[in-house]
Design a protein. Structure first.
Lengths: 263, 377
């Protein structure tokens, strides 16, 4: 099954976002289809964060339109986007370290059981589901009341991803999930992305690491100074070309020359 | 990824670099631990040094239980609020304000006491909501906002009785409360018959002289203690067993992360401010009914005592972590030490020295525990 047989779940058309006199986004088009991993690349300040915040309902676009499953959408809040099925995993805001894995997993959507007139949180179900979902992602928890603070950075990202998947996300936006991780943990998170993609969820993978993008990406869109520089399919672009596009070409070539082509 | 695959096959996979956590360290991760150890230590100490002072006969126990219950009532509110990530420094002033409000409404204005109590509760909870609303709306630290209310409420508490009655203490509430249906809920006693029976069985002492000769010295459990235990139980269940409790932890742990997953953080915080005000008002009402008067200086420094009890109970000042049971034990430690020093004949000013020292120890212990949980170094 190829991802390209499907219509996009989310389509962003000519998005512009102005903050007062600053034009953060100046015509960005982007879409994601079921079961594909679409990488959004760009250097710092390219507008990646603004763009995904627009997609996840935090910002309202100044101009342009957002289509969700073919219908025009106006997200008033992140909650709206979430209900529609757009889940965002933020780099550092995904989890609360002092709380247990279960409490984090269910935060905001706690399962409730009734005892008489009182409603209690159903910890048995919550713990079972959490352990099961984490096992599916390849993480064996010591116990579901383990504090998230005791997990590694990669595992925390995985809990957040597992949570989004469990609650029926159709599109998963990952904001630099690998940027603070070591080699092994990065590999784990990339493997998780691959697993999730195979279930038919569309993934938007934001990164500035070309190697990470090429490891799992189906399509690559490069953002530079608030504009899309174009979208390439897997196999149609080399790592060097991607790197050049991201950095804005010329200076990078010179820099790379002086560094012996290792960047 | 084959390595990980093999590991999973041998489930449960273990990371060889993670040391098995010993039972002792696991116990350390409970927020109440410090308070449990402290409670045991305090009781051992006073049983050893003040056992023959009457501290542990019926009257003595009632004495320190009542003081502990007072601390407990305000500590429960402060605990829930601190876990939700905020402080309320206006608790002490709120106690004075609420007491004065009941006195003015019932004595000066001659309204029925139950009306005075209900109106006062409504007023205090509204002030709590205002505190919370300002904090979430402006994003200012609750420390500053409630410090402002500490002065505002105390100022009114002194101003109104002077304006109306030309004095700062209003008495006569006992007479006004005679026959009222709501007043005994705060000022009454329950289980009197149990104590009558205990006295008959000669298990507790009876008055030997005076108008009450033959009656037991302790004639019931004050409603103050009932309120304290009920508030602790309800707050503990809400915090640890309900969806709302999870929101309280989340709001204090990381408000932004909680908002991103749809937790109504602002509503939770405002509700916790209202609950703290409610607790302060319970304290004030019980106190007014017991003393029969309201004074403009009531509740002084109570906000700090509440916060100290909560911190001894294992809550982190930064929010997101803590325990109502711990806070209740912190309050018990307070009550026992404050009254115990009196029974043991120690100069009472040393109580403050004790407070300072134990606060310091508690904060150091809590910081250490937090490092264990979050893996910070």
């Amino acid at each position: 099954m190829s991802a390209f047989d499907h219509n996009p779940i989310v389509e962003m058309k000519d998005i512009e976002k102005h903050f007062g006199p600053v034009i953060a986004l100046n015509g960005v088009s982007f879409d994601v289809r079921p079961g594909e991993c679409h990488c959004l690349l760009g250097d710092n300040g390219a507008g990646k964060s603004t763009f995904i915040k627009t997609m996840s309902g935090v910002h309202k676009p100044t101009r342009g339109e957002i289509l969700f499953e073919g219908r025009r959408m106006d997200f008033a809040s992140p909650r709206d986007a979430m209900e529609a099925g757009i889940a965002t995993v933020y780099q550092d805001l995904a989890m609360i370290p002092l709380m247990s894995v279960t409490r984090n997993f269910w935060m905001g959507r706690e399962p409730v059981k009734r005892i008489g007139p009182m409603k209690f949180m159903d910890f048995r179900t919550a713990n079972e589901v959490t352990m099961e979902e984490m096992r599916k992602m390849g993480i064996n928890l010591r116990s579901p009341d383990q504090a998230v603070g005791t997990l590694s950075g990669g595992e925390r990202q995985t809990v957040a991803i597992a949570r989004a998947v469990y609650f029926g996300a159709k599109v998963l936006i990952l904001d630099e999930p690998t940027s603070a991780l070591g080699v092994r943990q990065t590999a784990n998170v990339l493997a998780t992305i691959d697993k999730v993609r195979k279930t038919g969820i569309g993934i938007v993978f934001i990164t500035h690491n070309v190697r990470h993008a090429l490891a799992v990406g189906d399509r690559f869109t490069v953002l530079n100074r608030g504009k899309t520089l174009g979208t390439a399919q897997r196999g149609q672009i080399t790592p060097e070309e991607l790197q050049d596009l991201m950095a804005g070409g010329q200076e990078m070539v010179e820099l790379e020359g002086s560094l012996g082509g290792t960047v | 990824m084959s390595e990980a695959g093999q590991g999973a096959a041998l489930a449960p996979a273990k990371d060889e670099r993670v040391k098995e956590i010993s039972g002792f360290r696991k116990a350390l991760i409970r927020p109440e631990l410090g308070a449990i150890v402290g409670t045991i230590a305090v009781f051992v100490f006073f049983i050893a040094f003040a056992a023959d002072s009457g501290m542990f006969n019926a009257q003595g126990i009632l004495n320190w239980s009542t003081v502990s219950a007072q601390f407990m009532i305000i500590a429960v509110g402060a605990c829930m609020l601190m876990i939700a990530g905020e402080f309320d420094l206006s608790v002490g002033s709120m106690i004075g304000f609420a007491g004065m409000s009941i006195a003015i409404l019932s004595v000066t204005l001659q309204w029925p006491v139950w009306v005075a109590i209900l109106l006062t509760f409504a007023l205090c909870i509204a002030v709590g909501a205002l505190n919370g609303w300002i904090v979430v709306r402006t994003g200012l630290p609750s420390f500053i906002v409630t410090l402002a209310f500490l002065f505002i409420l105390r100022g009114f508490t002194i101003f109104f009785p002077q304006l109306i009655e030309r004095q700062t203490i209003i008495g006569g509430i006992s007479d006004a409360a005679e026959g009222d249906w709501l007043a005994p809920v705060f000022g009454g006693k329950i289980l009197g018959f149990v104590f009558d029976w205990l006295a008959e069985m000669e298990m507790i002492a009876v008055f030997e002289r005076g108008t009450r000769a033959g009656e037991p010295i302790v004639d019931g459990i004050p409603m103050l203690i009932v309120w304290a235990l009920a508030l602790v139980a309800v707050a503990h269940v809400i915090l640890t067993r309900t969806q709302f409790g999870n929101w309280v932890f989340a709001s204090g742990g990381d408000a932004q992360a909680a908002r991103y997953v749809g937790v109504p953080v602002n509503r939770v915080k405002i509700l916790m401010f209202m609950f703290t005000a409610f607790c302060a008002c319970v304290f004030a009402t019980c106190q007014v009914m017991e003393f029969g008067s309201a004074g403009a200086d009531r509740g002084l420094l109570k906000e700090f005592e509440a916060i100290i009890a909560v911190v001894i109970g294992g809550a982190l000042l930064t929010g997101g972590y803590g325990s109502v049971i711990g806070a209740a034990l912190g309050a018990l430690i307070f009550g026992v030490v404050q009254q115990g020093l009196f029974f043991a004949g120690v100069e009472s000013s040393l109580f403050r020295v004790f407070l300072g020292v134990i606060l310091l120890f508690a904060v150091i212990l809590n910081t250490y525990i937090r490092r264990i949980i979050t893996g910070e170094r």
